[in-house]
Design a protein around this ligand. Sequence first.
Ligand code: NAP
Length: 226
Amino acid sequence: MDENAIAILGGTGDQGLGLALRFAVAGRPVVIGSRKAERAVEAAEKVRASVPGAAIEGLENGAAAERAPIVILSVPFEHCAPTLKGIQPRLRAGQILVSMGVPLATAIGDGATRLVGVWQGSCAELLAGLAPDGVEVVSAFQNVSAHRLQHLGAEVECDVLVSGPAPARRRVMALCSLVPGLRAVDGGPLANARIAEAVTALLIGLNARYKVPEGIGIRFTGLPGT
Ligand SMILES: NC(=O)c1ccc[n+]([C@@H]2O[C@H](COP(=O)([O-])OP(=O)(O)OC[C@H]3O[C@@H](n4cnc5c(N)ncnc54)[C@H](OP(=O)(O)O)[C@@H]3O)[C@@H](O)[C@H]2O)c1
């Protein structure tokens, strides 16, 4: 396992591909995961076409999860728990699982500007209950627009609320500085993922009301050192 590598399960989709592009530009090795290895290879080729010389490969989700100390789960909320259950045996103690899922009500056929209730409190806490012993779950990147991630010509301009156990949280916060315009904000314990996830539903509504298909971001003001 390359200690600098980042695995993105479901990295064939909009958000995962956007993160893959940005991390590849920053020179980090990226492993894209998919349910089908050939789709992952195709996505990796897309990244290589945009970022010549990128250290990128595409593998089936389970194989991808074995390849990196930080594994980002980038599938729609309703598929997060089943995907994690499918790769459970492939994860090892010491790895970090990043939860980016948002329990949008689209999961039950309702709209994307509302959430469904999750008994555990959030997608991230649901996943923390399913992660193997020693695998820490950190919540991040829910409020970042896929469109802006994929548009490599511009900065992303968004704060990223990162929540979870302290040492793992700091390692995920460090990933934000790889993407121009992203700023990590220390979101404290994993329970605060509930807030970050809810903000995404709000942002989706704002995008529609203000007609910003590229995606509105968030900024916290008054933070020391900024
Ligand atoms: N899009 C955004 O702007 C945005 C912004 C913030 C956060 N997010 C979050 O990021 C995550 C990914 O969003 P996205 O827009 O990239 O999603 P997406 O494009 O709809 O799907 C991502 C990937 O999920 C996999 N997938 C689809 N159905 C599946 C199933 N039944 N079981 C397992 N995997 C399945 C697919 O990969 P394979 O077919 O290759 O397996 C697909 O490419 C979501 O949790 C979302 O809430 C998205």
